[in-house]
Design a protein around this ligand. Sequence first.
Ligand SMILES: C[S@@+](CC[C@H](N)C(=O)[O-])C[C@H]1O[C@@H](n2cnc3c(N)ncnc32)[C@H](O)[C@@H]1O
Length: 268
Amino acid sequence: MSYSFTSHERDVFKDLLTERFGLAFEEHRHRFLESGLAGRMEDCGIDSAAAYRRRIENDGDELSRLIDAVTNNLSRFFRNRGQLQAVTDFIVPEFTGGRAISVWVAGCATGEEPYSLAMTLADSLPESADFHITATDISRRALKIALAGTYSPRRARAVSESARTRYFSDDNGRLSVSASLRRRVSFVEHNVIEAPVVHDADLVLCRNVLTYLAPQARRAAIRTLRESIAAGGFLIIGNSETLPRGSGFNAITTPPARIYRRPCPPSE
Ligand SMILES: C[S@@+](CC[C@H](N)C(=O)[O-])C[C@H]1O[C@@H](n2cnc3c(N)ncnc32)[C@H](O)[C@@H]1O
């Protein structure tokens, strides 16, 4: 039998998750939150909300397992292909060479997005160009899957035959990301409302993450993203997300939408 929360008990957890991770649980997501909480309590053998609250205060690993239970980590290879095509068409030509290109994928979930971007960049940059992607998330479970880099054929169905041949190997019927692609991507646990882990990034992707954040956390996240991007660098957010005015980015009007650029300071 799963635990039945009072609204006060539920709100204690809801407020904690909003304060620490920015996660918003509006009314229509209360059941999702309660079911995640109840599942964790059951796994811990705890039958009171107060005792579970004490557990997560004293046990960071349990807090992390709760995060895993109440975040939506859904992702897909080549999700919104139009945006990745825009990376090839509009952003790559702006990379002028010299130092290695630095990319941050914030809210990378189970890895499909950074690996798709790595394939896109490897296929569109000149062979001499070097790039590295730092991919971050708050969900340890998702990061573990991302790091393992092995996906069922069903999950990898959007990967073309040609990309499969070049960037994956067979692992007992599953598709395993090749070493050449893995060395381009590192995975780090990071909360996007805190100080950035990447600085002077040329490109940042933060797609379908802002939508799960409370308004104040969304503003903090946008500040973090801006701080991480070099002048003239690019930001791509989810297709159904928008940046408020005054965020410090210019929208690139070339389709597809949701590509922004951090302005360069005016030259003297
Ligand atoms: C729906 S998935 C989107 C995955 C991927 N960006 C995509 O578009 O396919 C949202 C991800 O954001 C992560 N997330 C939520 N809040 C976060 C935060 N405060 N910091 C970092 N990641 C967060 C979740 O754990 C989840 O993996």
